[in-house]
Design a protein around this ligand. Sequence first.
Ligand SMILES: *Cc1c(COP(=O)(O)O)cnc(C)c1O
Length: 368
Amino acid sequence: MSVNLRIPGPTPCPDDVLQAMSRQMINHRGPEFAEIVGRITDGLKTLFETKNDVLTLTSAGTGAMESAVVNTLSPGDRALVVSIGVFGNRFADICRTYGVNVDTLDFEQGTAADPERVAEALKADATYKAVLVTHNETSTGVTNDLGAIAKAIRGVRPQILVLVDAISSLGSLPLPVDAWDLDVVLTGSQKGWMVPPGMAMVSVSKRAWEAIAATKSPRYYFDYTKAKSFLEKGQTPWTPAVSVYFAMDVALRTLLAEGLPRIHARHARIGQMTRDGVKALGLKLLADERVASNTVTAVRVPDGVDGAALNKLMRTEYNTVLAGGQGPLAGKIFRIGHLGLVTEADIRACLDALRLALPRVGFAPVAA
Ligand SMILES: *Cc1c(COP(=O)(O)O)cnc(C)c1O
């Protein structure tokens, strides 16, 4: 029996995607690679629902976050970071690293950002050049209402840059980049895309390109202008993770055949099934259900239970790998990933394993 890898990335990959990874190398400056990168770029535009440029970078997701900052913001620029957890805080840290003058608008862990408060923060200070926001906060299992946030932002500052970390949502949850008028939207291959780690994908709007031309932050590897000019020749500026491009090419074929409506419905169904199942075991969710994520579920570790011991037992005796809590939530929650390649049977197996493991780490559910 294979391991039930239920973490929010890296996610399991289909067999044909794994087989694509074992292909012989090709010339990354030759016609075959140009065809592959062209097809990947077109497929991504469809799934991002955008006519903007889409760039692929050989990088972890965090590299794409850094790229968004260094390409659009200069030292001394003012930016507002809307944070509902660890990954929102990471966006703010990256900004500070590059001398961007950031204010953070923080919301309590397990809650979503309030669009009205984002609008108020923008009304209170007209100097912000950008708003940075996480679509799906993987550390707390919360999905922000990004459509409402974007609308609130545009209502106050129609031309401000909106930079979005969509690493654990794009390709799984609805995120129409052009309809919501988002400037830089980034994601990573190892989340809902069913591809091994190694590729980050970024959409860049016309408004963002205008900012990029004037940005003074130092950048070399992650220079969007170079990436765009090489993409026009069917290349990347530096040697790409060729095997990951092979894999993405195959995975996109599957995702495009399934189509966005069915992909979104599948994640919604499995997210609901996970939350219902967890509650039926007598456990409590971290997030309010109205904002709970359909790609990752954060579950409170019950009183008297050692979260690390639970995850260890699940891994060693029930073949199920769960994620722990990050930052301030370490030991307080565990997380179940359900994005990309995931079926009802995977979630049922995970819930069955939890039912058996929990009493062994001292959990006595209170009768409903
Ligand atoms: C996974 C994740 C990241 C970090 O991606 P890496 O590839 O580990 O750098 C950032 N933001 C969100 C929302 C994520 O889910």
